[in-house]
Design a protein around this ligand. Sequence first.
Ligand SMILES: CC(C)(COP(=O)(O)OP(=O)(O)OC[C@H]1O[C@@H](n2cnc3c(N)ncnc32)[C@H](O)[C@@H]1OP(=O)(O)O)[C@@H](O)C(=O)NCCC(=O)NCCS
Length: 176
Amino acid sequence: MPEPQPALVLRRPAPADEAQVRGAARELAAEGFDFAPLLDDLAWPDWLATMADREAGLHLPEGIVPETFVLATLDGVVVGRGSVRHRLTPALERLGGHVGYAVRPGHRRRGYATVILRGCLDLAAAAGVHAALVTCADTNTASARTIERAGGVLRDVLVDSDGRATRRYDVPTARA
Ligand SMILES: CC(C)(COP(=O)(O)OP(=O)(O)OC[C@H]1O[C@@H](n2cnc3c(N)ncnc32)[C@H](O)[C@@H]1OP(=O)(O)O)[C@@H](O)C(=O)NCCC(=O)NCCS
């Protein structure tokens, strides 16, 4: 009989996660991706409190909407993260969309992004979002595949003044 495999868990960050989250943030920063926004500027307890406030819609800076941040863990190991904006601003409508996600380099190509995006779509549905906007760079093949696997339908490809192209997908949040 094969050993049962541990399941990926999506959960809020907790006090004991600091070293792993900072490690993941360093790895993703090397790829130009912000794994834990604001973490460079805040002590860990303040960052945890800020994430909780953001989810609750408390003390939001101008232009920042409520957002849920979750870690993806496997047997206690942080392998990735997801974030869900509860609504869009004009800037998010163009670039960021409702959902962001990342998987640490050492844990890729095992289907984790697919699981994280599905979990984030559940969180979006719970926040009242029926069709999520999910975006990725036109060159990000892995992310585009992840979105398409989640049922994403390409809306368009926006090209900014620097020539960078962003794919915008509409993704139903209800489970098929
Ligand atoms: C994009 C990212 C989240 C994918 O994570 P992952 O866990 O490796 O993805 P999965 O294993 O769930 O794979 C999802 C699909 O992408 C494909 N894929 C993954 N990596 C790929 C790559 N380097 N090239 C081509 N396809 C790739 C997989 O084959 C799979 O498609 P399939 O089911 O048709 O085979 C990860 O590469 C990452 O964190 N990148 C940096 C941050 C980022 O770009 N986040 C998304 C911002 S929009």
